[in-house]
Design a protein around this ligand. Structure first.
Ligand code: ADP
Ligand code: MG
Length: 309
């Protein structure tokens, strides 16, 4: 698939401190790309380079195969980490003003704002001042203004921070819909919960360096270990455990059940298939659970960072 955005070997120093070191990313068209990493990793610095707010010391950025240039700013919708709206201006007035700055006519801006304000159920805020809004409410307004001109690339820096779980979900659904309508999305986060359902591609940044990048399903496939979680109904846990422990690599598992099961994680080597194991287990006990263990993004994140320490 073609890439909408490519960053090639970007390096950025602040004095003697290196905030980004030779970081490259490839963001496929139509993807939701998660830029993940702990606080201070360099995510915002990279995002500011893509938005032409900061120049890299070395490296280059390409949008649609063209070197980044000032005119590209209108192709990008950017929600900065430090949110800021003019506090004493009225919500509607300000939204209209910002929309027109992005090239929309007043009529167009009004129509689209009406659509979004209805959608978020905030039409009654139109004549309120920004300073009267809670942080989460102001953030909703800023989200709307970011996406209103329908840019092909949307960049959200920590979009979920400051939102309660319900509103974070609203934003998550909107991001998915914007992608379905053709936008390419990059978002940064240091919290992994929001990542699973949202991203199809990720890059992990740690201490100014990229340590992992790719399609999320490929990464998960590479990190899984042929381990299966099983729940077995049997009269004699001890004896079944001994039998299985002699045959497989077995560890206790912890999941909730309503009845008393023997709960195990079983890791297979290459000599046995999962079907063979299932057949074997079903001869010894009633199999109530049998599923492959797929590592979560959080587990991959922690493992990769620890390995790179
Ligand atoms: P992240 O967004 O991943 O939390 P940042 O890109 O904001 O990380 O910051 C990476 C590092 O660069 C941090 O240690 C930060 O203090 C430093 N840094 C960022 N911007 C500046 C700046 N303008 N001047 C000096 N140091 C900076
Ligand atoms: Mg940041």
């Amino acid at each position: 698939m073609a890439n909408l955005l490519e960053v090639q070997q970007a390096t950025k120093q602040f004095g003697s401190f290196t905030a980004l070191q030779n970081v490259s990313i490839q963001v496929p068209k139509g993807s939701i790309f998660g830029l993940l990493g702990p606080n201070g990793a360099g995510k915002t610095t990279l995002i500011r380079i893509i938005n032409q707010i900061t120049l890299p010391d070395q490296g280059s950025v390409f949008l649609d195969n063209e070197p980044l240039k000032p005119e590209h700013i209108k192709d990008i919708g950017y929600l900065p980490e430090e949110r800021g709206l003019y506090k004493s201006m009225k919500v509607g007035e300000q939204a209209l003003y910002l929309a027109q700055l992005k090239g929309l006519s007043k009529k167009e801006a009004k129509e689209r704002l009406k659509y979004w304000f209805d959608k978020f159920d905030i039409t009654h805020w139109w004549d309120k001042k920004i300073q009267e809004l809670s942080k989460g409410m102001a953030q909703k307004v800023q989200f709307i203004v970011t996406v209103l001109h329908r840019p092909k690339l949307l960049i959200f820096d920590e979009p979920f921070s400051g939102f309660d779980p319900i509103n974070a979900n609203v934003i998550k659904d909107e991001i998915l819909q914007l992608r379905d309508e053709g936008a390419t999305v990059i978002f940064s986060t240091h919290r992994m919960e929001s990542v699973e359902e949202l991203c199809d591609h990720i890059a992990l940044i740690n201490k100014s360096q990229k340590i992992l990048e790719g399609k999320l399903s490929d990464i998960k496939r590479a990190y899984k270990s042929n381990t299966f979680e099983v729940g077995l109904l049997t009269d004699d846990h001890q004896s079944l455990f001994s039998t299985l422990n002699n045959k497989f690599s077995v560890a206790p598992a912890d999941f909730k059940t309503i009845d008393d099961q023997l709960k195990l994680k079983i890791t297979l080597d290459n000599t046995m298939s999962s079907n063979d194991m299932l057949r074997y287990l079903s001869e010894k006990a009633q199999v109530l659970r049998f599923n492959e263990v797929i590592p979560s993004v959080n587990e991959i994140f922690i493992k990769t960072i620890t390995e790179n320490e």
